[in-house]
Structure formats: structure tokens, C-alpha cells
Design a protein around this ligand. Structure first.
Ligand code: SAM
Length: 222
């Protein structure tokens, strides 16, 4: 059973990844509140954190908060002398759980959980002329991925990283006849990246405790 092996390997690398009690409690709080268990794995959360650290990110934007699990990984990468994370969530119940876990993690002061449709929030940030973000993590409703990509670029500076989760979907992304709106959202986004004059990108397939999926990583050029 390959999935059992993927689970075992994620467990083996647990000490390397180093999910602590605060993160484990955030997962547990989300589960107890009945939230869907669709957060990133610990290994993926750690990857996001390392990308934020590697780019020296001071301003992080997240689209899709759920219970704040990935938010905690990312917010912990912010520099101690400042930095901020804006995370967008449409479901007030999810946002409430996230706020509790962020408070327990001591991160309430650096994280702004914005409740509402993420596209509206991002458009408002564009209109306000907000400072550009250094890292954007897109992990919400997949049919909106093309919209989120466009808005993420508008909220970026040269060098900004954009990470989009769940872009392989068990391999379904490669099926040109798929009518799944999630697949179509990923494919349209990928088409836009291919044609984009300011994005260098790759896609990485992943297996693990979350099954077979993957992410797109893009960097905004000058
Ligand atoms: N990033 C989270 C993590 O790894 O811990 C998981 C996010 S979960 C996959 C997707 C979240 O996006 C859900 O909480 C869902 O309610 C939210 N969502 C769905 N549509 C949305 C929208 N239009 N605007 C903002 N959030 C949305």
C-alpha cells in the first residue's frame, strides 16, 4: 500500500520537521471544532516556513486560513523586529478557530485574519496601495486560483514568491478533458503563468500523509 509507506515516511521525518506542541494543538483544536482536515502536512508547513525564512519575508499573504495551521508555520518565520501576515478566510467559524490557535501560539499581534471572500480582500489591498508582500501562499477555493494569481502578482515586488497548493490533484491536473472545476482552476492558472512575462515557475509533485498532490512555486521578476 503506497499510502501507508508515504505516512510512514512522513512520520520518520517528523523529528527533522519538528512540529511542536503548539502546532499539534492547533490541529487538534481544528479537528475538535469539526473543521475539515485539509491543512498542509507538517513537512509542507515547514517548507513554507523555510521559503519565508530563505526570502527574508517580512510581509506574508495567505489565501485560505482554515484553522491557522499553515499560518502558524509561516508567521513563525517573520523577523522578531517586525513583520506581518495577512490571512484571508471566508468562513467565520474557521477564522474563529484560527484566531484561538494564533493566540495560543502568541502570534495574534503579527497576524491579521480577514474574514470574507479572499478576492475582495486582495482587491481592497490593491486599491489601498498596500506595501507589497514578500511571500504569498494560495490555498483556498481552487476554481479562483487564476484570480488569486493575478491579484498576488499585483501585490508583489520583484523577488516575491507565490506558492499555490494542491495543483496536482492525484494527477488529474494533466487530464485535458477534466471538467472538475478545481482542475480547471489549476489549469487556467498554469496557462496564465506560462504566458506571464514576469513569472518564473515550477511545479513539484508530492506524496505524503496528504496523499498524492503537489504545488506550484512562482517567483516574480522585475
Ligand atoms: N492553509 C490552510 C492550512 O494549510 O492550514 C488550509 C486552508 S483550506 C485548504 C481552504 C480554506 O479556504 C478553507 O478554510 C475555506 O473556508 C477557505 N475558503 C474557501 N473559499 C474561500 C474564499 N473565496 N475566500 C477565502 N477563503 C476561502
Amino acid at each position: 500500500d503506497p499510502a501507508a509507506t508515504w505516512d510512514a515516511v512522513d512520520a520518520y521525518f517528523g523529528p527533522l520537521v519538528g512540529e511542536d506542541d503548539v502546532l499539534a494543538a492547533a490541529s487538534e483544536r481544528a479537528r475538535a471544532a469539526g473543521l475539515p482536515e485539509i491543512q498542509v502536512s507538517a513537512a509542507q508547513g515547514r517548507l513554507l516556513q523555510l521559503l519565508a525564512l530563505a526570502t527574508g519575508a517580512r510581509r506574508v499573504l495567505e489565501v485560505g486560513t482554515l484553522g491557522g495551521y499553515s499560518t502558524i508555520w509561516l508567521a513563525r518565520a517573520l523577523p522578531p523586529d517586525g513583520g506581518t501576515l495577512v490571512t484571508c478566510e471566508i468562513d467565520p467559524a474557521h477564522a474563529a478557530v484560527a484566531r484561538e490557535s494564533l493566540a495560543a501560539a502568541g502570534l495574534s499581534a503579527v497576524v491579521d485574519v480577514v474574514v470574507g471572500p479572499a478576492a475582495d480582500t486582495l482587491r481592497r489591498l490593491v486599491d489601498e496601495g498596500t506595501e507589497p508582500f514578500d511571500l504569498v501562499f494560495v490555498d483556498a477555493d481552487k476554481p479562483s486560483n487564476p484570480v488569486y494569481l493575478d491579484l498576488a502578482v499585483r501585490l508583489s515586488r520583484p523577488g516575491t514568491l507565490v506558492v499555490v497548493d494542491n495543483t496536482v490533484r492525484g494527477g488529474a491536473v494533466a487530464d485535458p478533458r477534466s471538467t472538475d472545476p478545481n482542475v480547471l482552476g489549476v489549469r487556467e492558472m498554469v496557462a496564465r503563468i506560462v504566458d506571464h512575462p514576469r513569472l518564473d515557475a515550477t511545479a513539484v509533485q508530492t506524496v505524503g500523509s496528504k496523499g498524492y498532490d503537489g504545488f506550484v512555486l512562482a517567483r516574480v521578476r522585475g
